[in-house]
Design a protein around this ligand. Structure first.
Ligand SMILES: CC(C)(COP(=O)(O)OP(=O)(O)OC[C@H]1O[C@@H](n2cnc3c(N)ncnc32)[C@H](O)[C@@H]1OP(=O)(O)O)[C@@H](O)C(=O)NCCC(=O)NCCS
Length: 181
């Protein structure tokens, strides 16, 4: 389980592959998440809080590959990983039908439809694997992400007031969103 079929697209004259994450991707995935963490405040961790070793990341990727309820997929171009998408599921029977999305695309590859393609692949996998509710959390000022999620059919279920505190001490509220499949 936890696998999609690899698909290739041509975007801006470049081949972009959407595929399952592999253990060999560990170092590139660490670098991508650190990079996106520096480019935006929208990820959960500050860049200095995300410091896994390559071995730890390899173990994490392997656990996602082995999992019945999780999915880890990436977007790759020219041998570089430019986007990552995770669906985090649950083993408990009462919430076995539910999974949470996480998504990050490097800045220079944003706005090209890669986020949408990754999410569509994740939603399709969810449909085929007994997921009937997909949730996510998004900052209320993350307009690009909110626009993408609404286009894919997600609805806002609630507001998480003062959900995050940024390094400057200011609060950011969040929305909790869900898509029923
Ligand atoms: C949010 C994010 C995942 C979106 O991925 P993306 O690849 O840039 O999005 P896409 O190009 O697939 O765009 C999909 C939709 O978003 C909207 N969109 C794209 N760029 C936009 C912009 N600059 N402003 C507002 N909406 C925008 C459009 O509605 C677009 O739909 P369309 O192609 O039908 O017009 C990506 O920007 C990202 O990783 N940002 C930083 C980290 C982050 O915010 N992660 C999500 C945390 S919840």
């Amino acid at each position: 389980m936890g696998k999609i079929e690899e698909v290739e697209y041509i975007i801006n004259n470049k081949k972009v592959t959407i595929r399952n994450g592999r253990v060999q991707d560990a170092e590139k995935l660490i670098n991508l998440i650190k990079k996106v963490g520096k480019e935006t405040d929208f990820l959960l961790k500050n860049p200095d809080e995300f410091n896994p070793t390559v071995k730890e990341e390899e173990k994490f990727i392997q656990s996602q590959i082995d999992s019945e309820v999780d999915l880890l997929i990436v977007a790759e171009t020219d041998g570089e990983i430019i986007g990552i998408c995770g669906l985090n599921g649950n083993m408990n029977k009462k919430i076995r039908h539910s999974a949470e999305f996480g998504l990050a695309i490097e800045q220079e590859s944003c706005g090209m439809g890669i986020g949408k393609k990754l999410m569509k692949a994740g939603i399709q996998w969810g449909k085929e694997n007994g997921i009937s509710r997909i949730t996510l959390k998004v900052d209320t000022n993350n307009y690009r992400a909110i626009s993408l999620y609404l286009k894919l059919g997600f609805e806002i279920e609630g507001t998480l007031r003062n959900d995050k505190m940024l390094v400057d001490g200011s609060y950011i509220s969040g929305y909790t969103m869900a898509l029923l499949l």
